[in-house]
Design a protein around this ligand. Structure first.
Ligand SMILES: Nc1ncnc2c1ncn2[C@@H]1O[C@H](COP(=O)(O)OP(=O)(O)OP(=O)(O)O)[C@@H](O)[C@H]1O
Ligand SMILES: C=C(C)CCOP(=O)(O)O
Length: 268
């Protein structure tokens, strides 16, 4: 069984800035991953990260997510892909420096979508990396799209594809970002309360209070994240999804399946 983890673009970058990586946070999260692997050498991790103030800015500016006619200028596609990779290099180098054998596997090199939904992704290199105890690192990326020409595929969509359409069945998915899912966007509504558990009984109500990202974000913010994760929890037997803040001890505990002092758990 595998554990998937996403470093959210909202915590590894300042999404109100421009290509503003938060290197101390990235280094702390990398150390937390190293600590979890040291504590449990059997931990098989697929690590993804969002694009934050790197890719989203170019994607929004050039409308890459809305599509691009085949004969139009594709500079925006190229600039978005390059920005996503610049952040990826920072994340992978931090993981390597922390002692995690991370290997970057750029999704767009092997990805195709239709109307923004993944249709094909050659995931064998991820399985091969895992067989060798490497930690494959993927990231939200651009895609060639058979219907609209170009698209943006979020990290959550890639992790969902792996869970549903590859042999890599996750037991746990850990999304590092906001400290929890709240009754409303905590940055807009100071009375918002954290929701410790999301299940069949409250998912409808939780979705009603989940909004967009605060900054430029072409993949939809908290609401689309929760919709995707709920679909996974309904489909993959025994899967638990955790949304936690970026405290390193919390991440190590979440990866090891230990009880968490804060955050949100989504399960059936
Ligand atoms: N009910 C809610 N609970 C928590 N956060 C919410 C809620 N509704 C909206 N949000 C917003 O969603 C944001 C998180 O979504 P966002 O897509 O920006 O995160 P991310 O996955 O870290 O980013 P990226 O797509 O760059 O990786 C929070 O910063 C918050 O402002
Ligand atoms: C904007 C790009 C390139 C990818 C978006 O992925 P996400 O940050 O996981 O939503």
């Amino acid at each position: 069984m595998y554990t998937f983890v996403k470093f959210g673009g909202s915590v590894i970058t300042d999404k109100t800035g421009r290509e503003a990586a938060d290197v101390p946070v990235i280094e702390a999260l990398a150390s937390a991953v190293a600590a979890a692997r040291a504590a449990d050498p059997s931990l098989a991790l697929v690590l993804g990260h969002g694009s934050g103030s790197f890719g989203h800015h170019y994607a929004a500016r050039y409308g890459v997510h809305r599509g691009t006619p085949l004969d139009a200028d594709h500079t925006g596609f190229a600039l978005t892909a390059a920005a996503a990779l610049r952040l990826n290099r920072i994340v992978v180098d931090a993981l390597l420096a922390a002692g995690v054998p991370a290997v970057s596997l750029q999704p767009s090199a092997a990805l195709r979508s239709a109307n923004g939904q993944i249709t094909d992704w050659e995931t064998t290199p991820i399985s091969e990396a895992l067989k060798r105890r490497l930690v494959p690192v993927i990231h939200g990326d651009v895609a060639f799209d058979t219907a609209q020409g170009t698209a943006i595929i979020s990290t959550e969509a890639l992790l969902s594809f792996l869970a549903l359409r590859s042999p890599l069945q996750p037991r746990r998915i850990v999304l590092v970002g906001e400290a929890a899912v709240y009754t409303a966007d905590p940055h807009r509504d100071p009375s918002a309360q954290p929701i410790p558990l999301i299940n069949r009984a409250n998912i409808g109500q939780v979705l009603a209070g989940a909004g967009e990202s605060r900054a430029a974000d072409v993949t939809g913010g908290m609401r689309s994240k929760l919709e995707l994760m709920w679909r996974l929890v309904e489909t993959v037997p025994g899967l638990e999804v955790y949304l936690i803040g970026p405290q390193p001890a919390l991440l190590t505990a979440a990866l090891l399946g230990q009880p968490l002092a804060s955050g949100t758990c989504i399960r059936q």
